[in-house]
Design a protein around this ligand. Sequence first.
Ligand SMILES: Cc1ncc(COP(=O)(O)O)c(C=O)c1O
Length: 383
Amino acid sequence: MIGTHDFRLLVNPRHGTPGVVVLPEGGYRRARAEITAWPGYAPTPLVELPDAAAAAGVARVAWKDESARFGLRSFKALGGAYAAFKLLQGELARREVTPHAASAALEAGEFREAARRITVTCATDGNHGRSVAWGAHRFGAGCVIFVHETVSQGRRDAIARWGAEIREVPGNYDDAVRAAQRTAEAEGWFVVSDTSYPGYTEVPRDVMQGYRLMAEEALDQMGEAPTHVFVPGGVGGVAAAVAVQLRAMRGTAPRLIVAEPEKAACLLESAAAGEAVTVPGELDTVMAGLACGEPSLLAWQELERSAFAFTAVPDAAVPEAMKAMAVRGVEAGESAVAGLIALLLAAREEEGRAALGLGPDSRVLIFGTEGATDAELYARLTT
Ligand SMILES: Cc1ncc(COP(=O)(O)O)c(C=O)c1O
């Protein structure tokens, strides 16, 4: 399905060591109950990829297709919007407007005046900001989204469509994270970030609890348990959420493999260093959603012990993989194909197969985390 490329694979030396509970079950039950009650909720499809299974020499490859999630075209719709709702609900209670605003009441505009005075903000490379803007729009809050210079116009437009103000800042994603935080402090706004750092964990925890729903759906849809699970890594939030849900539903058996861009492999580098480290530079990659140089604190606490391996894959393989999916009728965006690329490249070499324990009986689950979130770029890369 794709040609020959260099890539990096690191088996996690600390895999299986005990750690802290990052995402408590009660929080997930609340997230699940809330999100599954939203209008338009439906599990996204699980697609079988028999030719990927043949190419990788495994029994089965299943692709969790997030291209149609709530019409936002990525799994991120589950996280930012839910965390924005929770934040708004909490703030309305704190301001003694209403002790427990239901999402339906907010959507119906019941607390419109009070909600409008609450502004949520975040940094984004596209999908998270879109989710937060969508949530703010639905529940009636103000919204300002920070983007760095290379976030495409298509992605900015998709955010602005929900009425959010877009502010550009110089530098990379991590600079935008800091700008959002600084401005929020100065203006009295509320940061709804998908990444966590010391002193800021409550909101990103809600974001990650929302992501777990994608993993629960996929594991239910798959029937028999996967032996290997491939998931893309940005700050690590979605990989950690998948790890937690795998453990909750399947024990410790499936091997979780994180796939990052070679120029923004902060999770792989952290595993190599034995502690969370930052990858400097422009983090220049076509996989825009994965262009992150700093692991999320919570995500790292989970992944440092539960990820089986970390991989770094090249941009050059992305258009090939996207095209291969497109001809099979599956809309897979740039960040979505990272896991597929990691599987195909690892399975090609005896060393990679042995390191990951891939064989003819392996059942692989890949999280295809986005569709054509930037329509113009998608068209360019797939034609
Ligand atoms: C499509 C897509 N996949 C994967 C990720 C990675 O998620 P995380 O940053 O939680 O690791 C992102 C992040 O924006 C994304 O947009």
